[in-house]
Design a protein around this ligand. Structure first.
Ligand code: FAD
Length: 294
């Protein structure tokens, strides 16, 4: 039995590179990760300038060069409704079957951008009515930083499923308890869609720490202290980051999560190492429990 026989889904996230060197690096990363046969790979959407076009180029390049299912992200910011409709048609024509629908964030120092919708639930509804796609959305076990309260944020999350999302991928987190509690909360509200944990290995602690302040993800004090004790030792921090992500992913799999979404930051090695340590390539997945309904 391989993990593909279970109902779990594994996915890898990439971002559109901005330079030729970045494009070459991503091509190599995709080549290394493709043999793992993920359920899909996703490509982020940048609302600002050239990154909008980059998302389409990256998605179509992966489709052209591999047999992977590609799931582009779309956001409410940076496009008009007509542009989103046209993007969906283009994606459908090249074989895309699923998209991740997000509100997006306004990029810093950008001229005012078009904004097709105020919130992701409206984009989900639009894509559903357009037809032809499975729709994933974002989930926030530690709650979205702009939400006035956890209750309101959870209610807003539920709206996205009611609008037609059939799966959610979480913002990264380092405390599995936050995920379990969030899951428990939404299940008590009667929501059954799979909520796939997003795994962000702490391979570049300084970078993730900066981003975490912005996106509201908590880095627990014990992890922060262990990372700080390795300050100046980038290699040591990366090793620790991979070890911690492996343990976190293993615990999540044992708890019965429906899959894992790896934030790769366009690098193959951290994901490959976690994957192999978990024995996900082959029958070793049997050591992990069968997934439950979550
Ligand atoms: P929403 O679900 O719209 O929520 C945003 C805020 O508004 C929350 O505080 C929520 O409580 C509130 N809210 C939601 N609906 C309503 C409503 N109807 N009325 C009032 N308040 C409401 N960003 C990108 O720019 N490009 C990407 O490719 C990208 N990929 C991502 C992938 C994943 C898996 C995740 C988790 C995030 C990603 N992001 C991406 C970041 C995301 O765009 C930001 O976190 C953004 O701030 C929120 O997006 P959302 O879709 O969760 O928004």
């Amino acid at each position: 039995m391989s993990f593909h026989d279970t109902q779990r889904g594994y996915s890898f996230e990439f971002f559109p590179p901005k330079s030729d060197a970045g494009r070459q690096r991503l091509a190599k990363t995709v080549q290394k990760l493709a043999p793992l046969r993920p359920s899909f790979v996703s490509v982020t959407f940048g609302a600002g300038g050239s990154t909008r076009e980059g998302s389409f180029q990256t998605a179509s390049e992966i489709i052209r060069t591999t047999n992977l299912d590609v799931t582009p992200h779309l956001s409410c910011i940076g496009s008009t409704r007509d542009q989103i409709a046209a993007q969906l048609d283009t994606y459908r024509a090249i074989g895309v079957k699923r998209v991740v629908a997000l509100r997006g964030d306004v990029p810093e120092a950008e001229a005012p951008l078009p904004r097709a919708f105020a919130y992701a639930n409206e984009l989900v509804e639009f894509i559903r009515d357009h037809g032809g796609f499975e729709i994933s959305v974002g989930a926030y076990p530690e709650f979205h930083p702009e939400a006035p309260s956890p209750e309101i944020d959870v209610a807003n999350f539920v709206r996205k499923a009611q609008a037609g999302a059939t799966e959610a991928i979480t913002q990264y987190f380092y405390s599995n308890d936050a995920y379990y509690r969030f899951l428990d909360w939404v299940r008590r509200l009667g929501l059954e869609i799979p909520i796939v944990p997003g795994i962000m290995p702490l391979t570049d602690f300084a970078q993730v720490e900066r981003f975490s302040k912005f996106c509201g993800a908590d880095i627990p004090a014990w992890i922060r202290k262990r990372m700080c004790s390795l300050e100046g030792d980038a290699r040591g921090q990366e090793e620790l980051g991979i070890e911690l992500a492996t343990r976190q992913a293993e615990e999540l799999l044992r708890s019965g999560v429906p899959g894992l979404h790896f934030y790769t930051l366009n690098r193959a090695e951290p994901t490959l190492r976690i994957w192999h340590s978990l024995g996900l390539s082959d029958t070793a997945v049997q050591v992990l429990t069968q997934p439950s309904a979550n």
